[in-house]
Design a protein around this ligand. Sequence first.
Ligand SMILES: CC(C)(COP(=O)(O)OP(=O)(O)OC[C@H]1O[C@@H](n2cnc3c(N)ncnc32)[C@H](O)[C@@H]1OP(=O)(O)O)[C@@H](O)C(=O)NCCC(=O)NCCS
Length: 172
Amino acid sequence: MIKDSLPYLSVLPLEDLSIKRNSFSCTVKELEDYFHKYASQDVKKKLTKCFVLVENKQSKIIGYYTLSALSVPISDIPQEKRNKNIPYPNIPAVLIGRLAVDTNFQHQGYGKFLIADAIHKIKNTAIGAAILVVEAKNDNAVSFYQRLGFVEFKELIGNHRKLFYPLTTFIK
Ligand SMILES: CC(C)(COP(=O)(O)OP(=O)(O)OC[C@H]1O[C@@H](n2cnc3c(N)ncnc32)[C@H](O)[C@@H]1OP(=O)(O)O)[C@@H](O)C(=O)NCCC(=O)NCCS
């Protein structure tokens, strides 16, 4: 369980990872393949930042997430979720494009830990962001995010269901 491993956990930028990436395995193959083959290219191209949760005692990769900048039309946020009028057509956001926990470490609190880490990082950067957006690859992921307080966007955007988490008091 995560409680026992807390002293041995660290979150590293992918560039600083020394453990072999192909030791990471995930039930959702698309998320496993992305981490093995494509994440470092996207990081080099500055299309995303990728952060990796590592258990240092056993040198294991537990999970990862990616962060990219995003702009969201304010009209995508349900009216009842807006506390005050925001006088701009779009709001700044951060996208967690991918989030995955290794199959051997799922359902032990690490996914929640990664989301908390992402929110902490975003709140402490020099850039404003009103919401955190996630793309859910399946219904399980939607339930996971909803449990953490994410709200589904009104309509499907692209192929995946998307949800958001408010980072400002202007959005409930
Ligand atoms: C979805 C995923 C990231 C969740 O991470 P995890 O480490 O297994 O989840 P956690 O143990 O941190 O769970 C956190 C909370 O969400 C709940 N939860 C986890 N999976 C859930 C699910 N499928 N449905 C409903 N709730 C779920 C847990 O019960 C827990 O609630 P609690 O804090 O009240 O006890 C992980 O299982 C995973 O990588 N799955 C495969 C890839 C994937 O689907 N990624 C989603 C991004 S598209």
